[in-house]
Design a protein around this ligand. Structure first.
Ligand code: MLT
Length: 258
């Protein structure tokens, strides 16, 4: 697919840092990171295939999405190793990149994610959701997920964050959502590969994540030798949006010491 290119934003100069968004969001979810994380790094923020301004993938898989994200580095003529971060589905993609292209990575950020594959029940759930999206459009997904994504304090005290999240999800298209669900359903188990990750790895998880429990972050921290785990208080599934100052501090410090 030589002509398939992702839309991306880039800002700042320095060592490259590429951040991959979760499902069903877009690069817009990193708005509170744009300034802070580009102060000392070249920050690159793609929209995954079928989300934001990127075209729909003809062959959605986490491996293909990882390949598409790393192709941005060619586009920018970056031969240096990259620190790759991904939130939730973005983390599944970052783990696929760590398996397929370890030589391209300087570091990893595994955010609100898990290394395991979907269970049989989880896969059936993805299929059921796809059927609902074909029938009722992508808002079915946003409507179902929205109440689970943020910590209770975020819904109560940060209405601007909650409405920004809603607006990001409302942008998702049916094709993008179906591609994302397909890629997540078919992803392989990355747990056996965690021991092969040798780059410095930062794991960040919201203490109140109701989508992926913090115990999944611990599984990754236990298996990756050079890793550190931070649990963020008063955050659900989206610490970069819910607690941006704390999130940016943790990431900046990790990048500085790398
Ligand atoms: C995400 O936030 O990217 C997804 O909810 C993850 C998933 O459904 O497994």
């Amino acid at each position: 697919m030589p002509d398939f290119k992702l839309h991306y934003e880039q800002r700042g100069t320095g060592r490259p840092l590429l951040l991959i968004h979760g499902f069903p969001f877009s690069g817009r979810m990193w708005r509170a990171q744009l300034e802070a994380l580009s102060a000392n790094n070249q920050l690159i923020i793609p929209d995954l295939p079928g989300f934001g301004k990127s075209p729909v993938s003809p062959a959605p898989s986490v491996e293909q999405f990882a390949t598409d994200c790393l192709a941005i580095l060619e586009d920018l003529h970056i031969s240096e190793k990259v620190t790759l971060g991904g939130l939730s589905m973005g983390g599944y993609i970052a783990l696929a990149a760590a398996r397929l292209f370890p030589e391209r990575l300087a570091g990893l950020l595994l955010l609100s994610t898990r290394a395991g594959a979907d269970s049989a029940e989880g896969k059936a759930g993805r299929d059921a959701t796809m059927a609902k999206v074909r029938e009722g459009g992508p808002s079915v997904v946003a409507g179902g997920m929205y109440p689970k994504l943020l910590a209770p304090a975020t819904y109560n005290d940060q209405p601007a964050v909650a409405s920004e999240l809603k607006s990001v999800m409302e942008d998702a298209t049916a094709e993008g959502v179906i591609g994302g669900l397909t890629a997540m359903r078919d992803r392989q188990d990355s747990v056996p590969h965690l021991k092969n990750i040798t780059v410095p790895t930062l794991i960040v998880h919201g203490q109140e994540d109701a989508v992926i429990p913090p115990s999944e972050a611990q599984v990754m921290a236990d298996a990756i030798a050079d890793s550190q785990l931070h649990l963020v208080a008063n955050a659900g599934h989206l610490p970069p949006m819910e607690q941006p100052a704390e999130f940016n501090r943790i990431v900046s410090e990790f990048l500085r010491k790398m």
